[in-house]
Design a protein around this ligand. Structure first.
Ligand SMILES: *Cc1c(COP(=O)(O)O)cnc(C)c1O
Length: 471
């Protein structure tokens, strides 16, 4: 399998390993496979009762194309999705489905070490990167910024790996105490936490500034545009489908709480590969850029609002570019013109690029937005109806799923975090805090020196990176 940048008209090809270690393409595009591999009906049927590790292997093998030998890949997958990391694994899957009501299900993606769906991809990504780097005799230092779940999921996955180090910037204020504590507990060894006395945007600007400098240009990235992450999310769409469908071939709808469009993009690719998903329902919070895009065909960047589903607080959905590339018939020149208009003016419409306004509806996307009040109501109703506690992000999806649900077609709501991460909102909705899984019992006690504190100061960051990067 070979990869190209969405904006490269010369179609220079990369291997999986190269795409895995690269961030953004030099032309500003994202790497995509030259075509989507197929999952035949007989392959789907053969996987119907298979454990999650077999499903993940069947999917990932098609994208890796020999860059990681089969036997090694299988071992990485089995290690990534071990019962020690994903708790509790039920019925052989790390992403169990539970029934809420007739044809309404929750697929739990958050049983990993940091209780967010990002663990599923990150646990495998870290191991794949380490494997590929070891084979090349290389070491990679990754510099990233986080406003919440990405940081802890990456640190939990990369902790202790030999060929990768991680330096993660986070804002001194803004993250939940739980999220900050999760990172604090992972500091040390190959993981460096830097607390910046500024906002998330300040953190991101510092990362971008350093990476433009020759001395730091080699630093790696783990944000959701990484192809290794996108491809590691496809298996749970297949697993969800196989758990929900009565007969292989029956249609199933899926609803995904979305921010950067990484998660739902993997669902779209699963469908392109042959998983019989009928509708992909994109749920947003008050930051409804994607909802507007899907309903009207106009993509407009807005000012980000802070909400009670903070991991969906985005104003620009980076991974949407990969879908848009397909919508423009994989024509890099048309895609680049469309994206350039968005980047320079902050808005772009399909209509001015020769595509119908309802293009996304026509390819099976649906969408909706919800508010803080909707989330609280959804948390309460889901608890009263099914005894099931959901977090605020899953509540956004539940709200929209119930609006879009059709009788007779199973609807899967993707659960992207455990409620323990958002105790305040759960207390507001229900009057009590969710019980803590044992592994998070003492999460708030972490060493005082877990975070290096700096001002928004590039020189201070340069010194930290020089000290942490063995190069
Ligand atoms: C990251 C995250 C999302 C958004 O996922 P995208 O891939 O950015 O669309 C939703 N919910 C939770 C809990 C997250 O951590």
């Amino acid at each position: 399998m070979r990869y190209v940048s969405t904006r490269d008209t010369s179609k220079h090809e990369l291997s999986y390993a190269e795409a895995l270690l690269a961030g953004l393409a030099p032309d500003g595009g994202l790497y995509v496979p030259i075509s989507y591999p197929e999952l035949s009906r007989s392959e789907l049927a053969a996987l119907a009762k298979a454990p999650y590790t077999d499903i993940a292997f069947a999917v990932k093998q098609k994208f890796i194309g020999g860059d990681i030998p089969d036997e090694a890949l299988r071992a990485l997958i089995v290690d990534a999705y071990s019962p020690e990391s994903f708790q509790p694994i039920t019925a052989g899957t790390v992403v169990p489905l539970s029934r809420i009501d007739d044809d309404l299900y929750i697929e739990e993606l958050s049983l990993g070490p940091t209780a967010a769906f990002k663990d599923v991809a990150m646990q495998l990504l870290g191991r794949e990167m380490d494997f590929v780097l070891r084979k090349r005799g290389e070491h990679l230092t990754i510099l990233g910024a986080t406003s919440g779940d990405t940081g802890s999921a990456a640190e939990a996955a990369f902790k202790g790996l030999e060929c990768v180090s991680l330096i993660m910037l986070s804002p001194a204020k803004g993250m939940s105490a739980f999220q900050k504590a999760q990172m604090g507990n992972l500091s040390g060894g190959n993981v460096t936490n830097v607390s910046v006395r500024g906002t998330f945007d300040d953190c991101q600007d510092l990362v971008k500034l350093l990476k433009r400098e020759q001395e730091f240009a080699h630093l790696g990235a783990v944000n959701s545009i990484n192809w290794g992450r996108i491809s590691a999310q496809i298996p749970y769409y297949l697993s969800g489908y196989l758990q929900a469908a009565r007969t292989i071939g029956d249609p199933v709808d899926m609803c995904v709480p979305s921010g950067n469009f990484g998660n739902v993009l993997s669902g779209y690719i699963a469908r392109a590969m042959g998983v019989p998903i009928r509708r992909l329902v994109v749920a947003t919070n008050e930051n409804s850029v994607l909802d507007t895009l899907i309903r009207t065909g106009t993509y407009t960047q807005t000012k980000t609002q802070t909400t009670s589903s903070p991991s969906m607080d985005i104003s620009k959905a980076s991974n949407y570019e990969r879908l848009a590339y397909d919508l423009f018939g994989r024509d890099a020149a048309r895609l680049a013109a469309y994206m350039r208009e968005f980047e320079s003016t902050g808005t772009v419409a399909f209509a001015s690029h020769c595509l119908p306004s309802d293009t996304l509806l026509a390819v099976g996307f649906r969408s909706g937005a919800s508010t803080h009040a909707d989330r609280l109501r959804s948390i309460k109703e889901t608890y009263e109806r099914a005894g099931r506690l959901i977090d605020t992000h899953t509540a956004d999806a539940m709200t929209v799923a119930l609006r879009e649900k059709e009788v007779g077609v199973p609807m899967l709501v993707m659960s992207t975090a455990l409620p323990v991460k958002f105790e305040d909102s759960i207390r507001q909705a229900l009057g009590f805090v969710p019980p803590r899984p044992a592994r998070f019992a003492n999460v708030e006690s972490y060493p005082d020196d877990a975070f290096s504190e700096i001002e928004v100061d590039a020189d201070a960051l340069r010194s930290i990176v020089r000290a942490a990067d063995p190069r």
